[in-house]
Design a protein around this ligand. Structure first.
Ligand code: ADP
Ligand code: ZN
Length: 546
């Protein structure tokens, strides 16, 4: 490490100003590269310590470029927190955001114009692109050789589609207008494609590419089948907290605002747990109070939509529970990543049910939703969702291997050390080929549809026919080929198979006027053969616990 010409200055800043004892992996490399005037691409998980990689060089006197480091970040709350934290360390940091127009900015601009030493200026991409004032300042600094580098934080947003992030896509102007100013791009979530996209959009020049492992060794990952009844789910969640996390701080993610409020209330009233809710529909003050009280430990559990968590840096979150699955693996990683930032052991528990998949799918494809993204984006999001489904419905492979594969990182399951549910099952489970049972189910459903087209088949009716229940509405089907074929199969097994078929879109549900319709996802009978082929491939790979 001492090979870095900047080592001594860097280490003295690390200890003196940041009060830290040593660099984490890649931090010094990143700092050295940017001080050398090179472009840097740094990929590290949330909590990996990316901020230090530009905050520290901003204070160095020995770098090849001198002056102000411009940080472009999409998260206002994060900017606010960081500027405050830097000022507490006695560092002259400013933010140029709309919120700051009135106060600090008035102070910052004259200082920057005068050529005062302002090591760090934070701004949002919108402000950077659209504000003449900000542009003038950059030009002013550039002409006086007082522009040290640009930092683009959360760079993965560049590849996003949402118009409110269009400014991010316009950041190509950094290189166009100020070609010799080094750029550092930071991200906590990107796959190979997204990385290429970032490098190209920012026109990075032979960037020093640094990547930190995404493995979070102190997190335990677990996926459970979600109980059908709300009450049972609530009991299970409360039981989990009371038995394993009494008095601990945690986050519970729910799908809707109502669910958040309802669950927080019931955890308080029925289980005497210290829970509050948080979602985007609350007014500002209420949000601030609940977030503040949770941060300070006045309340222990926050029940929230994914609106909660951006820029949260609470170190001692001991559990993150997903009462509903995430929309994509990036989201899941970010959300679970809020647990255990202090390195202490923490639990990530996800409840998974087919009905949640269906709900998310229909939200994406709802033709009445005016906010709906363009068709190919819908397609992409459906695909991302199915990656989560594959993750959740996998009952045999190491969760870490599956999660890290999403970040193109190879991981040896030995390294998991039994800190995921599937690794704990190892040796206790056998893989079973369910192809025949699955094919049987597909065949039965198509027979049912052929025979009872006018009545409409529901999911429950189907299961009853398959298991051969003797009830009034099932009686008419008792002569059907395949009726009762699963009579001797374990209940949870038939449940699993039906869930798998639904999740893999072999079966489909559709809303009809008389409730829920249910069918095989094929257009002609000949397609059935293909469905059977898909089923057989898939089920070879799926291990089921016995
Ligand atoms: P990121 O931006 O990658 O999500 P942060 O920069 O917010 O991560 O850092 C996460 C936490 O790690 C912070 O509390 C920070 O103080 C701490 N941290 C960063 N670098 C080090 C280090 N070298 N040693 C100890 N703690 C560090
Ligand atoms: Zn594992």
């Amino acid at each position: 490490h001492t090979a870095s010409p900047y080592y001594f200055e860097a280490i003295s800043l690390l200890k003196g100003t940041f009060k830290l004892s040593h660099f984490r992996k890649n931090q010094l490399e990143c700092i050295t590269a940017t001080l050398d005037g090179k472009d840097v691409f740094y990929l590290a998980p949330t909590g990996g310590g990316k901020s230090l990689c530009y905050q520290l060089p901003a204070l160095c006197k020995s770098g090849k470029t001198q002056g102000t480091t411009f940080v472009i970040s999409p998260l206002l709350s994060l900017i606010e927190d960081q500027v405050l934290a830097l000022r507490e360390k006695g560092i002259n940091a400013f933010r140029l955001t709309n919120a700051a127009d009135t106060d600090a900015a008035h102070d910052a601009l004259p200082r920057l114009r005068k050529g005062d030493n302002v090591p760090l200026v934070y701004t949002t991409p919108e402000k950077f692109i659209n504000s003449n004032i900000v542009q003038d300042i950059v030009v002013h600094l550039y002409e006086r050789k007082l522009l040290a580098r640009f930092v683009v934080d959360e760079a993965h947003v560049i590849g996003g589609w949402r118009s409110w992030r269009e400014s991010y896509a316009s950041l190509g102007i950094l290189r166009e207008r100020w070609p010799d100013i080094p750029i550092m791009a930071l991200t906590g979530s990107a796959n190979e494609l997204a990385i290429e996209d970032i490098k190209e959009s920012l026109a990075l020049r032979n960037p020093v590419h640094l990547k930190q492992s995404f493995n979070r060794a102190n997190l335990y990952y677990e996926v459970r089948m979600k109980p059908a009844q709300k009450k049972v789910l609530l009991q299970e969640i409360a039981g989990f907290i009371q038995s394993r996390h009494k008095g601990d701080t945690g986050i519970i993610y729910c799908q809707s605002r109502d669910e958040c409020e309802d669950m927080a209330r019931r955890l308080r009233e029925e289980f005497n747990l210290s829970a509050r809710h948080f979602h985007a529909g609350m007014d500002r003050d209420e949000k601030r109070v609940n977030q503040h009280d949770w941060s300070k430990g006045i309340c222990k559990i926050i029940v929230a939509t994914i609106a909660f968590g951006m820029g949260i840096d609470k170190p001692d979150v001991r559990f993150v529970i997903h009462a509903t699955m995430s929309k994509d693996m990036d989201g899941y990683y970010q959300e679970t990543g809020r647990a255990g930032r202090d390195g202490g052991p923490s639990d990530c528990l996800l409840f998974y049910a087919y009905r949640d998949v269906a709900k998310l799918q229909s939200m994406l494809t709802n033709p009445h939703d005016s906010n709906r993204p363009p068709p190919d984006e819908v397609e992409r999001q459906l695909e991302r969702l199915s990656a989560v489904v594959a993750y959740c419905s996998n009952e045999s492979d190491c969760r870490r291997v599956l999660i890290l594969r999403h970040f193109d990182e190879e991981f040896d399951e030995e390294e998991c050390h039994k800190s995921c549910d599937n690794c704990c099952k190892l040796g206790k489970t056998v893989k079973e080929n369910c192809t025949e049972m699955a094919q049987q189910a597909v065949q039965l459903l198509s027979n049912l549809i052929d025979s009872g087209r006018d009545r409409g088949i529901t999911l429950n009716m189907f299961k009853d026919v398959w298991r051969g229940r003797k009830s009034k509405n099932i009686a008419p089907y008792s002569g059907l080929s395949g009726y009762g074929a699963a009579a001797n199969i374990d209940h949870t097994m038939t449940e699993r198979i039906v869930t798998q078929l639904l999740c893999r879109q072999v079966f489909s549900t559709r809303r009809t006027t008389s409730g829920s319709g249910f069918g095989v996802n094929y257009l002609e009978v000949c397609f059935l053969l293909m469905v059977v082929a898909i089923v057989s491939q898939l089920f070879w790979a799926v291990g089921l616990q016995r």
